[in-house]
Design a protein around this ligand. Structure first.
Ligand code: ATP
Ligand code: MG
Length: 429
């Protein structure tokens, strides 16, 4: 195939053999979010470039080098969304649904785009489920977000493989004071910093804290700590969050170097990390962003949220072999019919059964075929039972009912009794 007809590097097809696991994951999250009272919002995938520059911040990796930006036919600069928070804030402001202190607990799902170096767990089109809460400023809601994800890891069977890292970045005032102290300290050690950190020192000094460079890390050992600069309000907020996590029994690790890539965070920041995926270890990350809505032209509106990477979590389910057996089977019953008359009767019978059992996964053989070939297809479909309509069955107005997995003789079931019989032997999801 010529290269120009292939998919773009880092943008993946999710093939039919993979989608059951994706749907299981997405369905589990959606149900959980429903149960906690969150409502879904859907935003466009493309926004004005300015939106991301303004919200994410000009001197972040995303805006500096990861965005897919292009001019449309009107000459407007547009960008494929690299994350969901910016568009979500825009949407709530545009529709006035956070006005007057209205609480909104929102979630979204969909593709995000970043021009990064593709590797395992890092792609150029990837998918997130994200969540944003507006107009609640206490640590109770920060705790709820974390408790909810903790429950999710439990339901998915991956709780033992993830670890919660926590930090507080304080208010923008206390962070400003900390930034000054950090810059002063790092400037005194300028020559020992790697090139990237030297650059960040000028543009976004807090990002130096999450450097991977060993020499810079050594310099950071004695650097000033954010915890010593926290204002009283942020300190109380952070204590309130920790008390709630303790009350529910959720373990966490304090990580003073956790600053997150985006400019807009304040107070709480957290990441769920794993050592099961190699270098791409963060599966869910978020925090509080009390200043963001105002920065985007709204009234002061507290906000907190997180986003999880679906590819990384699906990879974890695969790596840890936490794939529920029932999701791989997509057919309950497979109907084989031999001859034109049986085919017509089979179609009608299948529709009658579907009327009565709307959740039954009933597949009718298409493309005719010999007894042997239809049976092979029934078996390959993964169905638990085959239904058989041949000349004999037609004559007696019955259908052959044959278990395909495990023991059990073939039985004859009257057409009128078929739905009731299937209801007793197929567990319906
Ligand atoms: P990283 O440090 O891994 O680049 P990030 O801080 O840029 O992550 P966020 O913007 O916080 O990531 O996005 C939230 C989550 O989305 C991440 O924790 C991760 O699970 C997922 N994610 C981010 N970028 C990618 C990507 N390029 N490919 C796959 N998943 C991603
Ligand atoms: Mg990144």
């Amino acid at each position: 195939m010529s290269k120009s007809l292939q998919a773009i590097r880092g943008m993946n097809d999710i093939l039919p053999e993979q989608t059951p696991l994706w749907r299981y994951f997405e369905g589990t999250v959606a149900r959980l979010l429903d149960n906690y009272g969150y409502k879904q919002i859907r935003m466009p995938i493309v926004e004005f470039t300015e939106l991301f520059k303004r919200s994410i911040g000009e001197v972040t990796d995303i805006v500096e080098k990861e965005m897919y930006t292009f001019e449309d036919r009107n000459g407007d600069s547009l960008t494929l969304r690299p994350e969901g928070t910016a568009a979500c804030v825009r949407a709530v402001l545009e529709h006035g649904i956070t006005g007057g202190g209205q609480v909104q607990k929102l979630w979204y799902i969909g593709p995000m785009f970043r021009h990064e170096r593709p590797q395992k767990g890092r792609y150029r089109q990837f998918h997130q489920i994200g969540l944003e809460v507006f107009n609640l400023d206490g640590p109770d809601i920060d705790a709820e977000l974390i408790i909810m994800t903790w429950r999710l890891w439990g339901e998915l069977g991956i709780r033992d493989a993830v670890k919660l890292e926590l930090n507080s970045l304080g208010t923008s005032e206390s962070r400003g004071r900390y930034r000054e102290a950090l810059v002063e300290y790092l400037s005194a050690h300028h020559d020992k910093l790697d090139e990237d950190s030297q650059r960040r020192l000028k543009t976004n000094p807090l990002r130096v804290l999450d450097t991977k460079n060993a020499d810079t890390q050594a310099v950071l050992v004695d650097a000033p700590k954010m915890a010593d600069y926290l204002d009283d309000e942020s300190r109380a907020h952070f204590e309130g969050l920790k008390a709630r996590l303790d009350a529910v029994g959720i373990p966490y690790v304090l990580n003073p170097k956790l600053v997150r890539g985006l400019d807009y965070y304040s107070k709480t920041v957290f990441e769920w990390v794993t050592d099961k995926l190699g270098a791409q270890g963060t599966v869910c990350a978020g925090g509080r962003y009390d200043g963001l809505v105002e920065q985007m032209g709204g009234k002061p509106t507290p906000g907190v949220g997180f986003a999880m990477g679906i590819e990384r979590l699906v990879l974890m389910l695969e790596t840890l072999e936490q794939i529920p057996q029932e999701i791989s089977r997509q057919v309950d019953v497979y109907l084989c019919a031999f001859g034109e008359e049986a085919e017509l009767a089979g179609l009608a019978l299948a529709e009658r059964v579907r009327n009565e059992l709307p959740n039954l996964r009933l597949q009718v053989n298409a493309g005719a075929g010999s007894f042997k070939s239809q049976f092979k297809k029934a078996d390959k479909s993964g169905a638990l039972y085959a239904l058989i309509l041949g000349d004999d069955e037609m004559a007696q107005q019955v259908v052959g009912f044959k278990p395909l997995r495990g023991q059990g003789e073939q039985q004859s079931i009257a057409w009128d009794a078929l739905a009731a019989h299937l209801a007793t032997c197929v567990v319906q999801g």
